[in-house]
Write a protein that binds this ligand. Structure first.
Ligand SMILES: NC(=O)CC[C@H](N)C(=O)O
Length: 278
């Protein structure tokens, strides 16, 4: 099996890059942590990699909005790299937590939603000024950073990273993780395409479209969305942290479990990515 090379992108304030690189390595990939500054200095560097992963953390201090500055730097300086990973069809992209926030700001997770609503300037100007994105991530309902374990259910989805996974138990740790769709049409379009790929759920382990109450849904986001993929399923972002549950002993109750699984739930996400290149 060919070993995919993984670019784990670092920026000032990234703090999950080491665990994320480790998770890809355990899954059989070959990862390297690369600073965004190095890519801007040497734009051809990305060509060595088949998987781009934007890991969790507080890039640029979450200033303006979480993920905004790194996304803007990428759009401004690394357009060719985004094209290489997102549009070529041969590569994969994963954004975890702050990484999902970056991918949302880049627009790659919600690209192609047709029910777009242009905003008109008003007055005599017939040109739309801009388009409201189909969805965004904003502050948790309670306005605080929340850090704990959550139950997740996988919807029927083309997402490469979630192949064969029904549910997972993973830690979440975010302040700006509430998924909000622009309107019911945009939400429905994403849902029907299986792009609202993974949702917060209760003990039943079922996908529910109706927003579940706190603490099951930790942020109050629409349709309990915890992760979204592009139309092809090759580009995926999720707010919970699969890299923090690679080993069975990372489970909070591991000493009380009768049967010890071989791995933590999150490993399958990285394995699916590596095996996609087989
Ligand atoms: N764990 C993370 O990546 C945190 C993401 C971001 N800093 C937030 O608080 O929303």
């Amino acid at each position: 099996m060919p070993t995919p090379r993984v670019l784990v992108l670092r920026a000032p304030g990234t703090n999950c890059d080491v665990e994320t690189a480790h998770a890809f390595d355990v899954a059989g990939g070959q990862s390297e942590r690369v600073h965004v500054g190095r890519l801007i200095e040497n734009p051809a560097l990305h060509k060595r990699y088949q998987i781009l992963c934007v890991p969790g953390g507080f890039s640029y201090g979450d200033d303006i909005a979480a993920g905004r500055i790194l996304a803007t730097r990428m759009r401004r300086h690394l357009d060719e790299m985004i094209h290489h990973f997102v549009d070529s069809g041969d590569n994969l992209v994963l954004g975890i937590c702050n990484g999902m926030q970056v991918l949302m700001r880049l627009g790659v997770l919600t690209a192609g939603v047709r029910s777009a609503q242009p905003v008109m300037a008003g007055g005599d100007d017939p040109e739309p000024t801009h388009e409201i994105p189909p969805a965004t991530l904003t502050w948790n309902n309670h306005g605080r950073f929340e850090d704990r374990w959550v139950q997740l259910a996988v919807d029927e989805t083309p997402c490469v990273f979630l192949k064969g996974i029904e549910k997972m138990y993973l830690p979440m740790a975010h302040a700006e993780g509430k998924f909000v769709a622009r309107d019911a049409d945009a939400l429905d379009e994403l849902r029907k395409a299986g792009r609202l790929a993974i949702r917060y759920c209760d003990e039943s382990g079922e996908v529910t479209d109706e927003t579940l109450p706190f603490p099951v849904n930790p942020n109050g986001g629409d349709a309990n969305v915890a992760g979204v993929c592009d139309a092809s399923g090759r580009v995926f972002g999720l707010m919970p942290h699969p890299e923090r549950h690679i080993d069975a002993v990372q489970h909070p109750y591991w000493t009380r479990r009768q049967v010890q699984p071989e791995h933590g739930d999150g490993l399958a996400v990285f394995r699916n990515a590596v095996e996609w290149f087989a």
